[in-house]
Design a protein around this ligand. Structure first.
Ligand code: SF4
Length: 300
């Protein structure tokens, strides 16, 4: 079995407890406007162009099929991804690695070869493997196999999931996890749909059902200026989380601006490009306002 993976990030400190290896899968069923991994949203690998690495050799213009799908306009590369037929060829032939495909297929054993290198660090730090994305649960059969392989070697595994697929599709994967991390971005349905493309009712239902599995859970909200950060929303999520079982804590994730350079490499719009992470002072103010929410709060 194979799955498309965009990145296997070792020594990750932000995707669960301890030192972790995070496996990012290609493809997502939500389309969050602020996504900091926008290259993972498409179900297929995306051709990325990092202009800062380009040495102007012209190979991509010569090899482009059809010939005008990659061209120079006003001194910059224009890539017409809708008509380009040989994106993988171009990435292979770009010796400067300015053109790269966002993902490639891996087998479970190939992932394990990366993952097991850091077992000692997982053991010393209470860490392990995290499957993320994109949306990990779109690859649930692969992840179930990966979880079995991890457990056979004494490695814990956690998932980051948007909980936006029908419950029967995610439950088998969730049951194999040692920790479930899931997002609830907005309590208001129209606002949630506006920013993510998906109604939040399925997410409320799935989080509620998952909390009965007896597996530790962390519910998270990314702090997106002007979208999720209003205190009424955060209080609403905190109140919902406070009623769930098996919750370790409610986590607020500071705005992550890393998606901007990736959006540029994909020639994609960047509606939150001017946003910056919150200062420690701002985060402390948010913490104060949520101190009576009835749930342990962590801000990352
Ligand atoms: S092949 Fe790579 S380095 Fe050469 S012009 Fe194209 S993007 Fe730039």
């Amino acid at each position: 079995m194979q799955a498309l993976i965009t990145n296997i990030q070792r020594f990750s400190l932000n995707d669960g407890p301890g030192i972790r290896t995070t496996v990012f899968f290609q493809g997502c069923n939500m389309h969050c406007t602020w996504c900091h991994n926008p290259e993972t949203i498409s179900m297929k690998p995306v051709l990325m162009h990092y202009s800062n690495k380009c040495i102007g050799c012209g190979t991509c213009f010569r090899l482009s099929d059809p010939p005008n799908a990659v061209r120079l306009e006003g001194g910059r590369h224009v890539i017409d991804r809708k008509i380009l037929k040989n994106a993988e060829d171009l990435a292979e032939n770009c010796t400067a690695s300015a053109l790269v495909m966002s993902s490639k297929p891996y087998t479970v054993e190939e992932v394990m070869a990366e993952v097991r290198q850091d077992k000692l660090y997982y053991d010393l730090s209470d860490g392990g493997v995290t499957v993320s994305g994109g949306e990990a649960s779109l690859h649930s059969a692969f992840i179930e196999e990966l979880a079995d392989a991890c457990h056979a070697e004494g490695i814990r595994i956690a998932c980051e999931t948007n909980m936006a697929l029908p419950y029967h599709r995610i439950e088998p994967m969730l049951k194999k996890m040692d920790l479930i991390m899931c997002d609830l971005k907005h309590v208001d349905s129209p606002t949630h749909k506006k920013y993510t493309g998906v109604d939040n009712q399925i997410i409320f239902n799935n989080i509620g059902r998952s909390s009965l599995l007896g597996i530790p859970m962390i519910v998270r909200t990314p702090l997106i200026p002007g979208a999720t950060n209003d205190i009424t929303n955060l209080k609403g999520v905190a109140e919902f989380v406070s009623k769930l079982r098996n919750i370790k804590y409610y986590e607020l994730l500071n705005y992550n601006p890393l998606g901007s350079s990736k959006r540029m490499a994909m020639d994609a719009e960047d509606p939150f490009g001017d946003c910056r992470p919150y200062s420690n002072k701002d985060l402390e103010e948010i913490r104060k306002q949520l101190q009576d929410a009835g749930v342990e709060l962590k801000i990352s």
